[in-house]
Write a protein that binds this ligand. Sequence first.
Ligand code: IVH
Length: 680
Amino acid sequence: MVSEKTIEERLKALRTTLTQHDFHYYVQDAPVIPDAEYDTLFRTLQELEQRYPHLITPDSPTQRVGAPPLKTFAQLTHQTPMLSLANAFSDDEVIAFDRRIREILGVDRVAYAVEPKFDGLAVSLVYENGMLAKGATRGDGYTGEDITLNLRTIPSIPLRLQMSATDLFEVRGEVVMLKADFAHLNEQQHKKGEKIFVNPRNAAAGSLRQLDSRITAARRLTFLAYGIGAFHENQPMFSTHSEILAYLASQHFLVAQQSGTVTGVEELLAYYRQMGGLRLSLPYEIDGVVYKVNDLAQQETLGYVSRAPRFAVAHKFPAQEASTELLAIEIQVGRTGALTPVARLAPVFVGGVTVTNATLHNEDEVQRKQIMIGDTVIVRRAGDVIPEVVAAILERRPAHARPFAMPDHCPVCGSKAVRLPDEAVTRCTGGLYCPAQRKQAILHFASRRAMDIDGLGEKLVDQLIDQELVRTPADLYQLRIDTLAGLERMAEKSARNLVTAVENSKKTTLPRFIHALGIRHVGEATARALAAHTGGLEPLMNMDAGQLQQITDIGPVVAQSIADFFAEAHNREVIGQLLKSGLQWEQPGSANQQLSGVNPVISGKTFVLTGTLPSMTRDQAKNRIEQQGGRVTGSVSSATSYVVAGSDPGSKYAKAIELGIPVLDEEQLLAFLQMTSASE
Ligand code: IVH
């Protein structure tokens, strides 16, 4: 017979081990054992607890699975109120904030703690004698809702503190849903035909405010700690905010890696720019940064105004989402004949620009998002990404709203539009008969990463096609200055420049030429692979689908599309004309041929390397960046896109901070290097 004491010890050991692995996995993002091993340990604990239910403790990792649903949430009064932050929307407002603080404190320079402003929900966690006792939403700041059961399911919230128990310790922070978890959740919701969440914040809110905590447990939420609330006796003594954060990290809370300290207003603004640059690459959404006077004694001197501290401010980024009216849905015809519904919007300022059009992707997306013409919709523009309509606000749907239907004919050429059974896209069947497709084909042919014909813009291509001066790419090489000069908005000088640009484009590379042809599914990377493998256009034109599939990364669909393209007599004819007009390229394998794929985050960007990187030399890093089309220079200027800093970085690092250039560590650089874009 095993004694109960032995069982208890065994349970305790299992819990400690599992809690430690939860910490490595969810907080440090660095698991130390394989998932399967974790699962085995977990099951062992579960089975043992089933046999000895009276030995279950509330801090057991098995107790994170949720509990039977509540009828309502109880109210909880915060022991110290949960205040909000004043906002700053411009550099000037930040300068004024810093000036006010310096005046009150009577000092020249102030040390600030700086951290991301997480876009989630504020919560308070109350630990009694080291154990998680209560958790609540912010509510009105004084009273919130008791969501203890839900918060217990969040793996990055410790159920027990590491420290010697103080009777009361309150941790405050934000519950967010990581971008990856959000994407995963929406994918699942879509599969199940359930509600799609507009953004990670709404998804986090919806998941946290569930009366059934088992639903919360099934959603992946993350808690990021940013401060403390009430605490009693034996309390740790802190003199700065950064000490508090370090202490929270030591208690196994997740504290943003991007938190830090700076001095003076210039460094506040530099931090804002740096985080703005990193915003899209962070795993969670942020809507700004927060500046807090670091010294707690100074904080106390500064005190509070109405419901916000005078010692802190949130410096907000331009909103990425806004609502506006969807005036109409128009159809755009793409290079491959794809009909794309495009939303025409009442102008709205979002993501730093005024948006009037946004893509709706395809018919299914419009249905899935339940969007009708006339709706008030949420528009999102993140970074340089094309604006998109995220959702309709159903509560505001007007009586005159009407549903959208995909046309069954191409709005440009009138050919039949068809949608293949296993495709999301409806396509015009007109091919190059369709002027819209011809225009797109010419624009693509001339684009910077294809034949790079400078000055051949949309307006000009419209005229060339509409007046039938150009029907195929080959016709571009027959254009004469006098013909061009006769066109609208075409002075003789620009006509001359264009003819020169066309002439210059004749000297090209094989990958560029293959890319320029606009073969379906053949993007830049595939074009490169084809050129490298075949060594010339002739052999490529004569390969069948089977042979093409032998090439690495070319699957059956792409292979068939290439073979079909070259089998088309009309295409061969155009290629013949192009070659006759003097197009030429160096043989692959010769110097200055780029071999690797295009990497949208590296290509065209300028990097500066400083300090010692943990796993590679600076030369190795330089080579890899250059292979992917990036530039590496020796000094930091406003033209620098990123500074990669290792240990003991030099003055380049300081310069980057001063100029607000994003700084990457090796891990982030490696992540960037892996972002090679897939072909179309
Ligand atoms: S400190 C006295 N730090 O922003 C105020 N708040 O507008 C203490 N928030 O309700 C808040 N990230 O939910 C602080 N790093 C951060 C934050 C942060 C997000 C939220 C918080 C608060 C709201 C204030």
